[in-house]
Design a protein around this ligand. Sequence first.
Ligand SMILES: Nc1ncnc2c1ncn2[C@@H]1O[C@H](COP(=O)(O)OP(=O)(O)OP(=O)(O)O)[C@@H](O)[C@H]1O
Length: 353
Amino acid sequence: MAKVSLDRLKKQFGSSVAVSDFSLDIEDGELVAFLGPSGCGKTTTLRMIAGFISPSAGSIVIGDDDVTDLPVHKRNTGMVFQRYALFPHMTVGQNVSFGLEMHKVPASERDKRIGDALAMVRMESFKDRYPRQLSGGQQQRVAIARALAIQPKVFLLDEPLSNLDAKLRTEVREEIRTLQRELGLTTIFVTHDQEEALAISDRMAIMYDGKVQQVGTPEALYENPANLFVADFLGKMNFFQGKTVDDGRFVTDKGHALTVDTARPSTTQVGVRPERIALSSDPATANALPGEISNIVYLGAVIDIRIRLDTGETVSCQMPNSAASAQPSLATGRRVHACFRPDDCMAFQGEAA
Ligand SMILES: Nc1ncnc2c1ncn2[C@@H]1O[C@H](COP(=O)(O)OP(=O)(O)OP(=O)(O)O)[C@@H](O)[C@H]1O
């Protein structure tokens, strides 16, 4: 496997800039997810790394080789696409063999490589079937086997799970992660699904409008988002707009005086995660905003409770199902205080989306 270094990558289509100033070092054996909303430049960046698109500026180094100007087949990357991209007229075995032939693997070695790759994804017994005789999950496993059979230095996946149903998505996601760890594969995984990115990656690069907004472990990004975009995009967040009046005191536009550990003079938004909000009829914390329960949404493991504050804003509180059932008087219309601790408040600059 190999380290991947992206240095100030840029891609311009005509006058529109799809990706700009994208720099990132991906360690040997690391799985990095590119996460961001539709159109932010994830696929364009991945395609530049694979060699399907040439960058307008910047460089791509895989291992010790600068591959920026190399064609696709000389980069030794294995790619899996959203729509499987299997050849319909070829059997599973022939599909996997095709990649090996393209990479000039001698015929004497091919059968073993095909068998090994299909075994990795538990598809050995499907070798003689055609893609139309397979389910979506099975087709995607074959696409993964085809990409891995060439023993790539870098494994690239572009929204590989988005055509699968929810249960299968989790199953194949876990299979990809297990395989990636076992083989020590340097991997880039493009997705717009935050839960998927959080679950699968060592680190994530969050993108917006062609630019990397923040890179870090799932925990670091969720607990310490660098800016309003990341805070809003990753997970849910309650925002309070206002200004800092003195050290640690933040007054919202609606007139709530909050105690916020991280408030700075430049802070214009305070964010609190829904799971950090507690409901109390007898508040004992620094930040307790009165209101009434306006809606209760049952999400299975988690209950989402909306509180309409007396000042008009709505705050979302999430609690585990077990905690909610321990609160027998949880009902719409009930008077409560939405309470949160000063160290659970995150401080940001700028306008919330
Ligand atoms: N061949 C192209 N010609 C012109 N513009 C393009 C081309 N490919 C992509 N773009 C534009 O570049 C931007 C980034 O596109 P890209 O496909 O990389 O986004 P994405 O984050 O992968 O989105 P999605 O999740 O919807 O696939 C978009 O505005 C898109 O319209």
